[in-house]
Ligand binder design. Structure first.
Ligand SMILES: Nc1ncnc2c1ncn2[C@@H]1O[C@H](COP(=O)(O)OP(=O)(O)OP(=O)(O)O)[C@@H](O)[C@H]1O
Ligand SMILES: [Mg+2]
Length: 435
């Protein structure tokens, strides 16, 4: 391989754990060299509830991606989400340090540090400090003050925080695999980076990443990140509703939901000369869902397409966007996002999701396809993988050059089993970390 810089993203979700490894080309484009998505175990509402199972899950995903890439990962960008994520905006002020009053990088660093000084309860920590804009003396709205002249430098910053326990548990899992966490990245931020356009951000827009167990939201106003947060509701609730409403297992309900979402049916119209009875029969046939097609049993139970999509899936989607709308309204943001919402995460693949969002929020809505990557990318160009693809771009934009030189080329992976890195007695060690 010609280049020796790689970036790794690990997304430990409620439903799936994905590891994506990309090499950085000389032109700073990314080439995927390893990818592995495995079903998650030990996660609920985007948080760890069983460390041992999560460790096994990450090991399996990481091993798969490493084997495919033929290299050993040393550092990774790791996604975080869940309702413990909160945000606030803060202002920092410093006096310009140089005698000629020309603002330098060090002044900018100091003012960001000053904005970072927020009062935080002892069980929380800062994940991101994102400068929104700067004010030099009385001139505001400045995006890059370096080189300008002034006496007083002020910065407004968006600060995202999370529960220390959630972050430490996740870090411990990753570290136990011999990997250093470059940065934790809130899934709203990573997804926004690959599904939103600069024009949308300037106009005002919110990214809504609907995962299985939680929904992450980031709202941009006039190009700056204004709000970040998360709701403890996701696409798994739709599956659970189908399971309950149709009295089928969660697995069967999941298959039915995905299938109905994948093959949209067209409303039927009567053929010329078709009798009412024949038309009704055809409609009934189209509406019938045979449970045996999904659970491999010999049951003759039949469900109704219309009841599932309109009576079960639709109300839950309406509830999700009702809550998203309440949250944005509470923050006073609904009127500031004329570009509407861009939906990603697996939930974005639910039947008619954008139409439901449009109606519930009274705003434009679209499903966000992530930025295209080169390399081993079969199946990953989907809203389902926006977050993990976003982790790679986050790493590309935020990583120090040496922090991406994190692999040894040509590692030999013979006998590297799927739980090869799992340390002994890890369960008892980790159980002590759970809240
Ligand atoms: N083709 C599809 N059609 C409809 N729903 C789908 C489809 N593919 C995946 N989903 C749903 O998306 C959800 C998983 O989304 P995603 O992989 O983004 O979640 P996650 O990242 O594991 O969870 P979280 O971010 O909440 O911790 C599941 O509820 C799944 O049913
Ligand atoms: Mg997710």
């Amino acid at each position: 391989m010609a280049h020796n810089k790689i970036i790794t993203g690990i997304d430990v979700g409620t439903d799936k754990c994905v590891t994506l490894i990309a090499s950085v080309n000389e032109d700073q484009s990314l080439q995927v060299v390893g990818v592995s998505a495995v079903p998650s175990r030990g996660m609920k509402k985007s948080q760890i509830i069983d460390l041992e199972k999560v460790l096994e899950t990450i090991t399996e995903s990481l091993d798969g991606a490493e084997r495919m890439a033929g290299l050993e990962v040393k550092t990774a960008y790791v996604s975080v989400s869940g309702s413990h994520i909160k945000s606030q905006n803060s202002t920092g002020v410093v006096a310009v340090a140089t005698p000629n009053q020309e603002i330098t990088n060090s002044d900018v660093e100091r003012v960001i540090e000053a904005a970072r000084a927020i009062s935080l309860s002892s069980d929380r920590e800062i994940i991101h400090v994102i400068p929104k804009d700067y004010k030099v003396d009385s001139q505001d709205g400045i995006k890059d003050p370096v080189g300008m002249t002034g006496v007083r430098l002020e910065s407004e910053a968006h600060i995202i925080t999370g529960m220390s326990t959630a972050l430490r548990n996740l870090e411990k899992c990753i570290q136990d695999l011999g990997i250093t966490v470059n940065d934790f990245v809130f899934s709203g931020i990573s997804s926004a980076g690959v599904v939103l356009s600069e024009t949308e951000k300037e106009l005002g827009v919110a990214v809504v990443d609907i995962g299985a167990g939680s929904t992450s939201i980031c709202a941009y106003v006039e190009g700056s990140l204004e709000y970040s947060g998360s709701l403890p509701i996701g696409a798994r609730h739709i599956t659970q509703d189908i399971a309950l409403g149709c009295r089928v297992s969660i697995d069967t309900a999941e298959k039915i939901k995905v299938d109905l979402s994948n093959k949209k049916i067209r409303p039927l119209t009567p053929h010329a000369g078709e009798s009412k009875a024949d038309f009704s029969r055809r409609k009934k046939q189209q509406d019938d869902i045979k449970v045996s097609d999904y659970d491999n049993s010999d049951t003759d139970e039949v469900l109704s397409h219309k009841t599932i999509t309109e009576g079960i899936m639709l109300p839950r989607m309406q509830e999700i966007f009702g809550l998203v709308g309440d949250l944005l309204k509470e923050q006073g943001l609904l009127k500031d996002i004329p570009a509407g919402v861009v939906i990603c995460g697996g939930g974005a693949l639910t039947l008619h999701i954008a139409e439901v969002a449009k109606r519930e929020l009274n705003l434009p809505a679209r499903v966000g396809e992530p930025t295209k990557l080169d390399g081993l990318v079969k199946d990953i160009h989907s809203p389902l993988y926006a977050n993990v693809i976003g982790l790679l771009y986050y790493g590309l934009n935020h990583g120090q050059p040496d922090s991406v030189s994190n692999f040894s080329i040509g590692s030999v992976f013979s006998g590297f089993g799927s739980i090869g890195k799992l340390p002994e007695k890890v369960g008892s060690l980790f159980k002590s970390l759970l809240p």
